[in-house]
Ligand binder design. Structure first.
Ligand code: GLC
Length: 580
């Protein structure tokens, strides 16, 4: 499996393609638009199967060009693609003997989309991945999700409870063995080597069913990777949440699916495009944290790819071509945190630094235990001056930069050996200190305790007790007995502005919580405290007063003096910024 995971990281950047009958609707049903992700339109408008099926009779995407899509991916610097072979709507984009509701048997188009993409991938040396929704299927009475009490915002049910409101005798196993297993077998036997299968929304699937599905994949193609959304803690790598950006390097190989606008399936009126700079930033940050980027396009119902997506991918491609050595065949940062200026990847004795702000004139790394031999800017192949001084039991490296006109300029640092980092917490640059939950010592009363780390689909389970999510967030903190403390080396004496960051969830409006939080710090001068207003919004919240800190070792302690009765405390990080 290690070799397959190595191939996964080497591929680094993938194209996600959400395409299906929903693409024809472009986010609108009978004049009604939806304010949600486009591929959910059948559930959102509770469209009866008999009406929705008629879309198949109209599906004739004459603009679909597998070759052009594969070329677009390759030119963007992507090395794999993942297409929705069957999404929750139940319609298959491949020829299936197991179910006639598919692109060959049910549409005038009659071409096997997966076969065409598989051929194009071979031509352009891309690996082929297939998305398959294994638990939800709105075309099927017996499919899952109907028994899930949680309805997604604002109003889309997981299962088809509009055509099938009577749940008596529903039998997920019957659906699973009649459609899911045979279709997954078809996918893994008809289209050559499959790089990965991307399952989704496991919801009600049992452990036994997830395990049978996993075994089936491995029995047919042992090297095919399976993502964690197969459910029940199985899978070979972790699919992060939709549009999730982890704060810290992840403990397991991961991948983040990211939209280019605010939908996966095409919506004609969603013009909320991310720019290429944003995408490059995400690619580099993820690469530094053990995660690939799977970037989505939603072709139209006629098969054409929205021009804005094409433009953004081309711009990203110009950057990936120029900076190849820093993102392919590299591994994540040796540090367990980002830096204020950006992020890092590594290969052997090299570190690659990606700078957020290309006009910055300096870059600082505290806590590197190696000697630096050389620093080179990748865009000009120019050697840069640097200084490296002792700092506590490690070093402080400062590189002088000349402003660059490209987004995310890359600097290659050559070390005297494989990168080694200090275990101490240092300031991330001259005036900022970030404290993350995963670096904290946890105390329950006065006893040391270990916070557990959730991996592999943890977000589908209720946490129960405080733990660290796969994104590095502390979740489910409600026990006032639990305190977090950090020993950090402060490099500048002065007054520090203190902010707490509560995670904001994609697709959810900011929420208000009512917690009483206090941060105290002990340095050579004694102990000082600050606290936060009782009502906090998700996002960043400033503490009531700044903290004066003395250069040297400081111990910070965060206490939850009272917890909101309904909502547990979640913590992304604490940030201290020098005021003057
Ligand atoms: C969610 C949605 C689904 C989408 C997927 C992409 O699970 O239900 O529509 O395909 O995210 O990550």
């Amino acid at each position: 499996m290690n070799a397959a995971i190595d191939r996964f990281f080497d591929a680094r950047f993938g194209l996600f393609i959400h395409w299906g009958l929903y693409s024809l609707l472009a986010g609108e049903w009978q004049g009604q638009r939806m304010d949600d992700i486009g591929e959910w339109i059948m559930s959102y408008h509770k469209i009866p199967i008999r009406q929705y099926e008629k879309l198949a009779e109209q599906f004739n995407p004459t603009e679909f060009d597998a070759d052009a899509i594969a070329r677009l991916a390759r030119d963007a610097g992507m090395r794999y693609l993942v297409i929705t072979s069957k999404h929750h709507e139940g319609f298959a984009l491949f020829h299936s003997k197991a179910d006639a509701y598919n692109v060959v048997d049910a549409t005038p188009f009659g071409r096997d989309v997966i076969a065409e993409l598989a051929a194009a991938c071979r031509k352009y040396d891309l690996k082929l991945g297939l998305y398959y929704s294994q638990a939800l299927d709105w075309h099927e009475r017996d499919a899952g999700g109907w028994d899930d009490p949680a309805y997604l915002p604002p109003r889309r049910p997981w299962g088809n409870i509009w055509d099938f409101p009577d749940h008596t005798g529903k039998n997920f196993e019957a659906y699973f063995s009649r459609k899911v297993l045979p279709q997954v077998r078809e996918l893994l036997t008809h289209y050559g080597d499959i790089f990965l299968i991307w399952f989704d929304t496991p919801r009600t699937i049992t452990t036994d069913q997830s395990a049978r599905l996993y075994e089936l994949v491995k029995s047919l193609q042992p090297d095919c990777l399976v993502n964690s959304r197969i459910g029940n803690g199985l899978g070979d790598y972790e699919s992060l949440g939709d549009n999730q950006m982890p704060a810290i390097p992840l403990r397991v190989p991961s991948e983040s699916p990211i939209t280019l606008n605010d939908t996966w399936g095409y919506k004609s009126y969603d013009h909320h495009w991310k720019d290429s700079r944003d995408i490059i930033g995400k690619l580099t940050r993820l690469a530094g944290k053990n995660a690939n980027l799977l970037l989505n396009i939603g072709p139209r119902g006629d098969g054409s790819v929205p021009e804005e997506s094409v433009r953004i991918l081309k711009e990203v491609g110009a950057w990936t071509r120029a900076n190849q050595e820093s993102i392919y065949e590299v591994r994540s940062s040796p540090f367990d945190h980002d830096f204020a200026w950006g992020s890092i990847t590594r290969r052997d004795r090299q570190l690659y630094c990606f700078l957020d702000d290309s006009r910055q004139s300096r870059l600082t790394i505290n806590g590197l235990d190696n000697q630096v031999r050389q620093v080179v800017s990748l865009d000009e192949e120019q050697t840069l001056p640097f200084t490296q001084q002792r700092l506590c039991d490690s070093t402080s490296l400062t590189i002088s930069l000349s402003p660059s006109d490209q987004p995310y300029p890359v600097y290659r640092i050559t070390l005297d050996g494989p990168a080694k980092c200090s275990r101490k917490i240092y300031m991330q640059d001259e005036n900022r200190l970030l404290l993350y939950p995963h670096q904290a010592q946890a105390l329950l009363g006065d006893q040391r305790c270990e916070l557990s780390h959730q991996i592999f689909g943890g977000r589908y389970k209720k946490a129960g007790t405080a733990s660290i999510s796969s994104a590095g967030t502390l979740i489910a903190w409600s026990d006032p007995q639990l305190t977090l403390s950090w020993d950090a080396w402060v490099t500048q004496t002065g007054s520090y502005d203190v902010k707490i960051q509560l995670p904001v969830q994609y697709n959810q409006s900011p929420r208000q919580v009512n917690h009483r939080l206090r941060l105290s710090v002990t340095d050579q001068d004694g102990t000082k405290q600050t606290h936060w207003p009782h009502v906090l919004e998700s996002g960043a919240a400033r503490a009531e007063n700044p903290l004066p800190l003395r250069e040297g070792l400081c111990r910070f302690t965060l206490k939850l003096e009272a917890c909101d009765a309904d909502k547990e405390m979640t913590l992304q990080q604490i940030e201290l910024v020098l005021l003057h």
